[in-house]
Design a protein around this ligand. Structure first.
Ligand code: ADP
Ligand code: MG
Length: 701
């Protein structure tokens, strides 16, 4: 199979160059102007654009269009409408009007709103987000023209993840420009956050997947004993890609490239059947859209290959879960990366100011950053020795850390540790320059050369919340710095003093050691850093006075938008745990306990048969019978407890109390049910076991 990348790349995107070709020049100029400077396009131009867009899509085989948006479920939403109007008049049969392009009105009552919109005010509006390109999606139901939109209520409150993200991008743009102006930069017109999201995932055979109700209903296994082999040999990471997986990856790349998504890197990850894909970074809002499309495309392409793509953060206990590394930096329209230290960061005042603002922002709003990566699946991953702990800290690496220490201790002149050469000792291999920073995979927020890598985000989650948070907290720190420095008489010394003070006051959030260790948990407590192990602990961060002050000041969220999001998060947590608990009840009651009982019956029948033949050795049967019976009874007890608990929790009406009860009581009871069944799996005859095991799922892809 040969793929011509230049030919297919972006072929399904209504890109700027396609627009330039297909639109009259005045319409194109108006679109560009609105994209760059904001404002509204005229209805006359919207009609022209819509018609050109539809014709382009029809040439690609499209029959429908949709406003494509990102409600608070964390997934994407779409409702397809055919390009048909007035079927009695065949001349106007195919139509997309400017109005249809720009705005849609839909019944929003079935999307989570957290009380922002009571059911009798059901209107929700989708509005075209011109900063993200329109594309066509080739789906099993045909080819669909997708128009990226935001989604707001009748009163303009954000009902989606995209609106606050766009607002946060405006905030950081405005504040970063103030910083640049302080350094005499008057050319830059815009500053954008840039993001590249590395995406981890698992693949599983579809036939086997369909035999597991837990995978179907919850995306993760709720039962299962570890396979004899896990990831202990480290032989999977970067290993040779298996044939079927390779076919999937090739197909996936092609689909992503058509959508203009620059998927570049692919490799096997640490756990068996786990893989990773990384694209080239792009502007933050586009990156959020592209990541959503990537996840969606992964799932669709997997089906074609008889596979299922598991995006859950922890599909299997005992091996690594999946995350998403959100690489974040700030770039200007003139091509400068504000996080690039240059060769002499010690002398780069602008870089040091930007860096210290970020350190301050992260220290002050660690709780919000933690909360931005909270989802029910990530509970199983954060702090589990495979992903960063739930404590937020920053890794700077030796070189920068040393610069920071010198600044804090008021060193006369700030010197730079040389990173040196790397000599492998093999004469035929060239000596290479080392990076200024090593890697630290245990840190939630690592400086990696010219960007920060936020490593906490869960694999199934949208990256919108994390970036909205990063943009907003850094905008605040920039704003406070600009407030001081804009009035300074001696800019250089005032700037240096401010950098010094910020680093001194917020150095506690810098940690270059092992984030997986218990010592760090203790040390972080001594430093007063928040440790929010569970999502339930993290959600209240959204509605503190500090958070409300931050987000309302920069117009990112209103107070009621924050309260509604907290409400939805509590509700989601409870709902997910309820589904998991009910799935366990189903599987234990219908699959495992009946199987155990059949096996026990078989054992007792064989013992009874042996009773007539006293010389037969019956020890094995007897021991198995006793152990299995006791495990079944243990499981049955936990099952009854779980059933009773669900009934009790269902009667609660306070969302945060309900979530706390799920966390404190339901989750431990689920673990109590799992334990005896996982042991039973190791004892019962494999041919009787009702579902594929971990070995079947992870090693037969
Ligand atoms: P790794 O983290 O495995 O070392 P890279 O550093 O090459 O991999 O990049 C990981 C991701 O970071 C990629 O998606 C890449 O495009 C993105 N990235 C690289 N530079 C930047 C940047 N300046 N801003 C945002 N993302 C970036
Ligand atoms: Mg990485």
């Amino acid at each position: 199979m040969s793929v011509n990348i230049p030919e297919i790349f972006g072929s399904n995107v209504f890109s700027m160059s396609v627009m330039q070709q297909r639109l009259p020049s005045h319409a194109y100029a108006e679109v560009v102007d609105v994209m760059e400077h904001g404002g509204n396009i005229s209805m006359a131009t919207a009609d022209i654009v819509a018609s050109a867009m539809m014709n382009w899509a029809i040439e690609k085989g499209a029959t429908h269009y949709t406003h494509w948006f990102q409600p608070l479920t964390g997934a994407t939403a779409e409702k397809h409408d055919a390009f048909i109007s007035r079927p009695e008049d065949f001349h106007t049969l195919l139509r997309l009007t400017g109005k249809q392009l720009i705005m849609g009105e839909s019944d929003a009552s079935s999307f989570p709103s957290g009380g922002l919109r009571s059911t009798h005010y059901a209107r929700g509006y989708t509005a075209w987000d011109m900063t993200s390109p329109v594309f066509v999606k080739e789906d099993s139901c045909g080819t669909i023209l997708c128009i990226p939109t935001i989604f707001v209520s009748y009163h303009g409150e954000a009902l989606d993840k995209k609106t606050p993200l766009l607002r946060s991008m405006e905030a950081i743009n405005a504040q970063a420009l103030r910083i640049l102006r302080l350094f005499g930069n008057n050319q830059t017109k815009r500053v954008f956050p840039y993001v590249g999201a590395e995406q981890e995932y698992f693949l599983v055979d579809r036939e086997k997947y369909l035999k597991r109700r837990d995978l179907i209903y919850t995306g993760r296994t709720l039962f299962g004993s570890p396979a004899p082999k896990g990831q202990e040999l480290d032989d999977q990471y970067f290993g040779v890609i298996r044939y079927r997986v390779g076919k999937f990856m090739a197909d996936l790349n092609e689909e992503l490239w058509k959508l203009g998504i620059p998927a570049t890197t692919q490799h096997n990850e640490a756990a068996p059947a786990q893989h990773e894909l990384a694209p080239i970074f792009t502007m933050c809002n586009l990156s959020v859209d592209q990541n959503q499309l990537t996840m969606e495309t992964m799932k669709r392409v997997a089906t074609r290959h008889g596979l299922v793509c598991l995006l859950h953060e922890k599909p299997y206990a005992g091996v690594n879960g999946s995350g998403k590394h959100n690489n974040w930096s700030l770039g200007t329209d003139t091509g400068e990366n504000l996080l690039d230290p240059g060769d002499t960061p010690n002398e780069n005042l602008q870089f040091l100011l930007v860096l210290s603002c970020i350190i301050k922002a992260v220290d002050i709003h660690a709780d919000l950053l933690r909360c931005s990566a909270a989802n029910p699946g990530n509970e199983h991953r954060l702090g589990a020795q495979e992903a960063p702990p739930a404590i937020i800290s920053i890794f700077l690496g030796d070189q920068l850390d040393n610069v920071v220490s010198q600044i804090i201790s008021n060193a006369d002149s700030i010197r730079l540790l040389t990173s040196g050469k790397l000599d492998s000792g093999v004469s035929t291999v060239p000596v290479i320059n080392k990076d200024g920073t090593d890697r630290n995979r245990t840190s939630p927020l690592a400086f990696t050369g010219n960007k920060f890598e936020f490593r906490m985000v869960g694999s199934s989650d949208s990256i919108a919340d994390s970036n909205t948070t990063l943009n907003s907290i850094v905008a605040e720190a920039f704003c406070q710095a600009a407030d001081v420095l804009e009035h300074a008489e001696d800019f250089d010394s005032a700037c240096y003093e401010l950098i010094h003070d910020m680093l001194r006051d917020h150095q506690r959030v810098i940690f270059n050691g092992n984030g997986y260790s218990q010592e760090w948990v203790e040390e972080a407590a001594r430093r007063g850093l928040p440790n929010l192990p569970s999502m339930v602990d993290a959600i209240p961060a959204l509605t503190t006075d500090k958070a409300v002050e931050l987000f309302t000041r920069f117009g990112v969220y209103t107070r009621s938008e924050l309260e509604s999001r907290a409400e939805i998060m509590f509700e989601t947590y409870s709902k997910v745990l309820r589904i998991e608990a009910r799935t366990m009840i189903h599987m234990a009651g219908k699959h495992y306990i009946p199987t155990g009982l059949r096996y026990v019956t078989q054992l007792s029948q064989s013992l009874a048969a042996m009773a007539v033949c006293p010389e037969a050795c019956s020890d094995v049967q007897r021991t198995l019978l006793i152990r299995c019976s006791s495990l079944i009874s243990e499981a049955n007890q936990a099952l009854e407890q779980l059933k009773a608990l669900i009934v009790q929790v269902d009667a609660m009406d306070n969302m945060s109390q309900m979530a706390a009860t799920y966390h404190d009581y339901v989750a431990p009871t689920m673990a109590k049910l799992r334990r005896p069944i996982d042991e039973l799996e190791l004892l019962v005859d494999k041919s009787m076991w009702p579902v594929p095991t971990y070995g079947d799922l992870m090693f037969e892809v």
